[in-house]
Design a protein around this ligand. Structure first.
Ligand code: AMP
Ligand code: ZN
Length: 474
């Protein structure tokens, strides 16, 4: 709409394409949401910082959006193909808890994570179990031509649609090796539309269907909910890069069966790369992972994690380490201090002189959301002494709209998150720091040292002359 033409990488064509909305009055986006049997790990959250960047860029460029994120509360098995246990059922059994309570609890926790990260909520949250009737109707429409029935459920025959797996690229043995076989499947990549409960098997979540009592297959929900709320075709479908291999090819196959054409549903398929640790990919199912709350508990402001994500391009793998996170926190503090200083010196605005920075920001993010290129433009803007502080602050609004760091409003003190293990609260530290200042002013160095020791006992280090202007840290 306004500014530079927007180019986005489409996993389907494996090329960067100029974005052309189907209907400029409402750009329609669907993002695969979390499976709510546990907390989201910080890798999962990278996926939503990415979708948020996409949404923010589109809105900033003048496109109204309709954005759907689903909540997967049924059907996602421990393998993305058809083997293993339902992740939700397994969690409920292991903890002897009601599955609906588990879903509600982790859905709330997820939404809190997004608020902490300044991720704007979608137009609609769409919950899988609210759409089981529609899933059954969808299954009935495609069953005759595209599916076959086994004892374990209704399966989709991938040879009935054109070009199955185009999104995943060339089929290779390694990929097929990951697909566990179900007795009677015609092709290894055939997948469940409906999973019929076996005799004697009881699930907490079960529904009646033409294929027996059971539960929907995981891939079905996204085809059904995207078609219901966005229609077909719609503009953009997002997810993590793992979805390019199985989940999204299966969604495409279902969409083609439903529409009776080669249409893939979404025109553009976008995938964020993984957040990894040196030990490998972060995995929710092993239970041993970092959540946003573990970072906050360690004294790191959540927006430092957002900034860390923005420092990498979404299609690059990003390695998480405490050092990288600490560096992002330092960068965020520097930005907050610079903005605070500008605010103190802010005078009249002359308007328009910072336009060049807006254009550079636009050029960076219009180039397939290149946020790592946008951040140095922000640094340059804040440091540009040819522009009045008021004009720099005015231009900052554009960067906040796109990057979501909230720099115009964040206070330096907001960034000092109190670690869970801290023994003193902020006010107590401030009081001791004031004591120490008084003692030093009175040249009572013994007393000043005693206060420093008291703080050290509580795990707080006094930093005289810290270049960032922080006078203590934990
Ligand atoms: P899940 O809750 O497992 O269904 O995943 C939610 C989203 O996180 C999906 O879009 C996944 O593709 C994505 N995802 C999973 N692991 C990672 C990771 N380590 N880094 C980035 N995205 C991930
Ligand atoms: Zn999905």
């Amino acid at each position: 709409m306004s500014g530079a033409p927007l180019a986005l990488y489409n996993s389907l064509t494996r090329s960067t394409e100029l974005f052309a909305p189907i209907d400029p009055a409402s750009v329609r986006i669907y993002s695969c949401g979390p499976t709510v049997y546990n907390y989201a790990h910080i890798g999962n959250l990278r996926a939503y910082v990415f979708t948020d960047t996409l949404s923010r860029v589109l809105r900033w460029k003048g496109y109204p959006l309709t954005h759907i994120i689903n909540i997967t509360d049924v059907g996602h098995l421990t393998s993305d193909a058809d083997a293993g246990d339902d992740k939700m059922e397994a969690a409920a059994r292991a903890r002897s808890q009601d599955i609906w309570d588990i879903a509600a609890y982790y859905t709330r926790a997820f939404k809190q994570n997004l608020r902490d990260l300044n991720v704007d909520p979608p137009t609609r949250w769409s919950v899988a179990t609210d759409h089981v009737a529609e899933m059954i109707a969808f299954g009935e429409r495609i069953a005759g031509k595209h599916c076959y029935l086994l004892d374990s459920g209704l399966y989709f025959d991938i040879s009935t649609v054109p070009d199955y797996g185009r999104l995943a690229g060339a089929r290779d043995d390694a990929r097929e090796g990951r697909i566990d076989t179900v007795e009677g499947k015609r092709h290894p990549q055939d997948f469940a539309i409906w999973r019929t409960s076996l005799p004697g098997e009881r699930r907490q979540m079960e529904w009646d269907s033409p294929w027996g009592r059971g539960a929907p297959g995981w891939h079905l929900e996204c085809s059904v909910m995207s078609e219901k709320y966005l229609g077909s075709p719609f503009d953009i479908h997002t997810g993590g890069i793992d979805h390019r291999e199985i989940h999204h090819p299966n969604e495409i196959a279902q969409n083609q069966a439903y529409c009776g054409s080669a249409d893939t549903g979404a025109k553009v398929w976008m995938h964020n790369n993984f957040l990894v640790e040196r030990a490998g990919k972060m995995s929710k199912s092993t239970g041993d992972f970092r959540t946003l709350q573990t970072l906050i508990d360690a004294g790191v402001h959540p927006l430092a994690y957002r900034l860390m994500c923005l420092q990498a391009h979404y299609r690059s793998e990003l390695e998480f380490s405490d050092e990288n996170l600490a560096a992002a926190l330092t960068r965020l503090k520097r930005l907050a201090i610079t903005v605070a200083q500008l605010r103190e010196r802010s005078g009249p605005s002359t308007a328009g002189v910072a336009k060049g920075y807006r254009e550079r920001l636009d050029a960076a993010v219009s180039d397939d959301l290149n946020t790592p290129r946008a951040l140095p433009v922000l640094d340059a803007l804040l440091a540009d002494k040819r522009i009045t502080p008021a004009d720099r602050l005015a231009a900052l609004a554009d960067f906040d709209a796109v990057l979501g760091l909230g720099l115009a409003t964040i206070q330096r003190t907001d960034l000092r998150v109190r670690p869970k293990t801290a023994m003193l609260d902020e006010a107590a530290v401030a009081a001791l720091m004031a004591d120490r200042r008084d003692a030093r002013a009175a040249r009572d160095f013994a007393r000043a040292d005693a206060v420093r020791d008291e703080l050290a006992q509580a795990g707080i280090e006094v930093m005289d002359g810290d270049p960032l202007g922080w006078d203590w840290k934990v």
